[in-house]
Each structure stands twice: as structure tokens, then as C-alpha cells.
Design a protein around this ligand. Structure first.
Ligand SMILES: Nc1ncnc2c1ncn2[C@@H]1O[C@H](COP(=O)(O)OP(=O)(O)OP(=O)(O)O)[C@@H](O)[C@H]1O
Ligand SMILES: [Mg+2]
Length: 258
């Protein structure tokens, strides 16, 4: 048991050393805890002292058993849920003590979130779904043009006017990814983006994420159990019982990307 713990720590040290030399940290997490029902007999420690650093442009696959804290971590990073203690820096700004108003600003500027359940509005077009996050701020002609460009990148050229009910699962998920990107965020968080799709449609989504990371240098953190995703990730991380128990750099990534 002891030997196993020591080995894990060595692997952690290796991965964080590589990141520590970089000047461009986009995410930094220090001793992050998230407890539910704190100080009651039902207390759940969903995150237990997570330390983690992400360099701009990384593509990280997060794996781990059900209930290990993956979604909890992503929703905190996505400024959608509070931490119990610890610090989280998004592009240099500490978010754990922020007001709701400031959090929503950070979310708008920095984060695109792709959910496992796609959550499209059925009564409006795919294009309008992509534009939805901008609705509170007023949608300009330029926004509309950007949405069209994004949808073209995602191979949805001829599906913009379609309603979600007229789209396949993979097309719907691509619309959801375009929606996550409409704010031009430097970070995309994806919680099992291919979870509900068959393997071929899932492959299209992976290809889109790969392209966004490789061509646009968007930092991606994706919860996924798909080995294909891990192949072109720069790093893969395992979370077990609220702790990072593995953190590996992928030495074959450039080979797999080309
Ligand atoms: N809102 C909540 N209230 C109470 N407990 C919660 C809440 N959200 C999550 N938990 C608990 O926190 C732990 C971590 O949950 P989380 O959703 O982060 O797991 P996960 O790794 O994403 O699992 P899965 O792979 O099944 O999606 C679980 O024990 C879960 O029951
Ligand atoms: Mg989850």
C-alpha cells in the first residue's frame, strides 16, 4: 500500500514540474475541497485537497470511477458551483471568493462548458441555440457571423436553420460545442461530451475537440472514458475518491496528432 502511494506521488511530481516551468498557467488549483452536507453525519467529501496546474493549450482527459468528483471539479472550474475551501485561479484570477456577478463575468470571458446532456432548446434553430449565451448582452451582426463561421468549422454548414429535433445526436452535440465556443473562451470544459453517442458520432466530436485544441490552442479539460480521446490529449488525469491519483503526460501525442 505504501509503495503504491509513493509511486503516485512521483508521477505527480513529474507532471507538475513540467507545468511549473511554464509562464502561461491558465488554471491553478490549490488544496481544493468540496464537501456536501458538511458537518453532518451525511457529509460527502467530493474533492479532498486537489492540487493541479494547467498550462495554456493543454488537452487534459479526466478519468475516474462514478462518484469520484469529476463533475464537481469541472463545475467549480466553470464558476457554476462553490468550493468549500482552497483556491482556484482562472487565467490568473482567484475565483473562490468572488461575487456571483463577477463569477458570471469570468464564466462569459473564459469558459465554454459542454454538458453530457446536451440541453438544446427544441423550438429554435441550431444557429439560435449557438447564439443563446449572448442573448442577455444583445446579439450583434458580428456575433451572428461568428456563429455561422463556428458552425462551418464544426461541419454544420447545411444544418444551421434546422431545429434540434431534426438533427442527429452527433450534430446536436456539435451545436452544443459551438454554443460553448460562442464567447471565444480560452478554456473549454467538457463533461462526458461523447457519453450519449455511438462510437462513430463520438469520433466526430473528438475530432472537433482535437481541431479546436490543435488549431485554435483552446485549453480543453474533458471528462471521458474514451481511449481515443486520451490518445490525442497532452495529459491524462485520474480522480479517485476526490483525489488526483494519477497525472501522466502523453509522450505520443504529437505522433498521434499528425
Ligand atoms: N449536489 C450534490 N449534493 C450532494 N452530494 C453531491 C452533489 N453533487 C455531487 N455529490 C456527491 O459528490 C460525489 C462526487 O460526485 P460527482 O458528480 O462529482 O462524481 P463524478 O465523478 O462526476 O461521477 P459520474 O462519473 O457518475 O458522473 C458523489 O459522491 C456525489 O454523490
Ligand atoms: Mg459526472
Amino acid at each position: 500500500m505504501m509503495a503504491k502511494t509513493e509511486k503516485t506521488h512521483t508521477q505527480l511530481a513529474v507532471a507538475s514540474e513540467v507545468v511549473a516551468d511554464s509562464a502561461e498557467l491558465i488554471i491553478e488549483i490549490k488544496d481544493l475541497w468540496r464537501k456536501f452536507f458538511e458537518d453532518t453525519p451525511a457529509e460527502v467529501q467530493a474533492l479532498r485537497g486537489v492540487n493541479f496546474r494547467v498550462e495554456r493549450g493543454e488537452f487534459i482527459t479526466i478519468m475516474g470511477p462514478s462518484g469520484s468528483g469529476k463533475s464537481t471539479l469541472l463545475t467549480i472550474l466553470g464558476c457554476m458551483a462553490p468550493a468549500t475551501s482552497g483556491q482556484v485561479y482562472i487565467d490568473g484570477t482567484e475565483i473562490t471568493e468572488m461575487s456571483q456577478r463577477k463569477l458570471s463575468e469570468i464564466r462569459k470571458e473564459k469558459i465554454g462548458f459542454v454538458f453530457q446532456d446536451i440541453f438544446l432548446i427544441e423550438t429554435i434553430s441550431a444557429l439560435d441555440n449557438v447564439l443563446l449565451p449572448l442573448l442577455p448582452y444583445g446579439i450583434t451582426k458580428e456575433d451572428r457571423q461568428r456563429a455561422i463561421e463556428l458552425m462551418k468549422t464544426a461541419g454544420l454548414d447545411d444544418r444551421m436553420k434546422h431545429k434540434p429535433t431534426e438533427l442527429s445526436g452527433g450534430q446536436k452535440q456539435r451545436v452544443a460545442i459551438c454554443r460553448a465556443l460562442i464567447n471565444d473562451p480560452p478554456i473549454v470544459l467538457a463533461d462526458e461530451p461523447t457519453g450519449n453517442l455511438d462510437s462513430q458520432t463520438g469520433g466526430e466530436i473528438l475530432e472537433l475537440l482535437r481541431k479546436l485544441n490543435y488549431e485554435k490552442r483552446i485549453t480543453i479539460l474533458a471528462v471521458s472514458h474514451d481511449p481515443k480521446l486520451a490518445e490525442f490529449s497532452s495529459r491524462d488525469v485520474m480522480i479517485t475518491d476526490g483525489e488526483i491519483t494519477r497525472d501522466r503526460i502523453n509522450p505520443f501525442r504529437d505522433h498521434n496528432l499528425s
